[in-house]
Design a binder for this molecule. Structure first.
Ligand code: C2E
Ligand code: CA
Ligand code: CA
Ligand code: CA
Length: 276
């Protein structure tokens, strides 16, 4: 029995080793990716639904892996978050947004609000506020041209701490939005205390607006609730005219999605900006 027990233990441990070494390998790959400049940001436009005006953009991370091609953030953000590699990556993202923003201003383009996705770990880092002020200062950018997107689940994780962090961030003048709204569990009581500018309705609800009455009802309810709370509401993942007219009919303020524009590499997005 003893022998068997050990055997099993060994088997279990070697499984763990495999997993652990895979993680370490991936962590190293990500670390090198930052150092070798293998990351890039793609920018997706956001529009006011009524005027049709471009009002901002979201920066979306891509990993251009040598020999492999573009890797979606869905494939490496979770591990980056677990291993802590999200910290240098997130810092790179903020720095890159500011670098790009400054470059576009220098070209004479109108200032545009750019939204960065914040991971839960970044959000709970005590240096966040300081890092953001520092990078804005360094590139001489107005805080209102930066927006931080925090997922609903990250915001609701440690809600009292979130409140403090958000209020501190708000002091710096940056915009804040709650991302993937509707997928987590929000306490309305807290939601109304968050000093946020907008709610982003998760794209999964938008996708099924036409087919699923429940989703349509939910989207309509989120929009009217947001209006009552004096929050802007943006719908993401808008792909069809039907979705767009539903959103317009229900008073949604802003939209983002393939129907209006796909995420573009910085250079192409800059050319696009020069035309609008
Ligand atoms: P998200 O923040 O919810 O971003 C929206 C995702 O929907 C993006 O996927 C975007 O490319 C995609 N999308 C935009 N319009 C449409 C549409 O009309 N239809 C459909 N089907 N999809 C649309 P992406 O770029 O693959 O990013 C996936 C997720 O990775 C993001 O979801 C976000 O959670 C995370 N992410 C992206 N960039 C960063 C980053 O810099 N930092 C962190 N921490 N997370 C990031
Ligand atoms: Ca987002
Ligand atoms: Ca989202
Ligand atoms: Ca999402």
């Amino acid at each position: 029995a003893k022998h068997n027990g050990r055997k099993q233990l060994n088997f279990f441990q070697s499984g763990m080793d495999g997993y652990a070494s895979q993680r370490i390998e991936m962590e190293n790959l990500l670390r090198n990716a930052v150092e070798n400049g293998e990351f890039e940001l793609h920018y997706q436009p956001q529009f006011d639904l009524h005027s049709g005006q471009l009002i901002g953009s979201e920066a979306l991370l891509r990993w251009r892996r040598p020999g492999i091609g573009l890797v979606s953030p869905l494939q490496f953000i979770p591990l980056a978050e677990e291993t802590g590699m999200i910290m240098p990556i997130g810092e790179w993202v903020l720095n890159e947004i500011c670098t790009q923003s400054r470059a576009w201003l220098k070209k004479g383009l109108k200032p545009l609000r750019i939204a960065a996705n914040l991971s839960a770990r970044q959000f709970s880092c005590t240096n966040l506020n300081h890092n953001i002020s520092t990078v804005l200062n360094e590139f001489n950018l107005e805080p209102e041209h930066l927006e931080l997107e925090l997922t609903e689940s990250a915001a609701m994780q440690h809600v009292e701490t979130s409140l403090k962090t958000m209020h501190a961030l708000k002091q710096t003048g940056v915009n804040m939005s709650i991302d993937d709204f509707g997928t987590g569990y929000s306490s309305l009581n807290y939601l109304k205390q968050f000093p946020i500018d907008r709610l982003k309705i998760d794209q999964s609800f938008i996708a099924d607006i036409d087919r699923t009455p429940n989703d349509a009802a939910l989207v309509a309810a989120i929009i009217s609730m947001a209006r009552c709370m004096d929050l802007k509401v943006i719908a993401e993942g808008v792909e069809t005219d039907e979705q767009l007219s539903f959103l317009r009919m229900h008073g949604c303020n802003e939209v983002q999605g393939y129907l209006m524009g796909r995420p573009l590499p910085a250079e192409q997005f800059g050319e696009y900006l020069a035309q609008v």
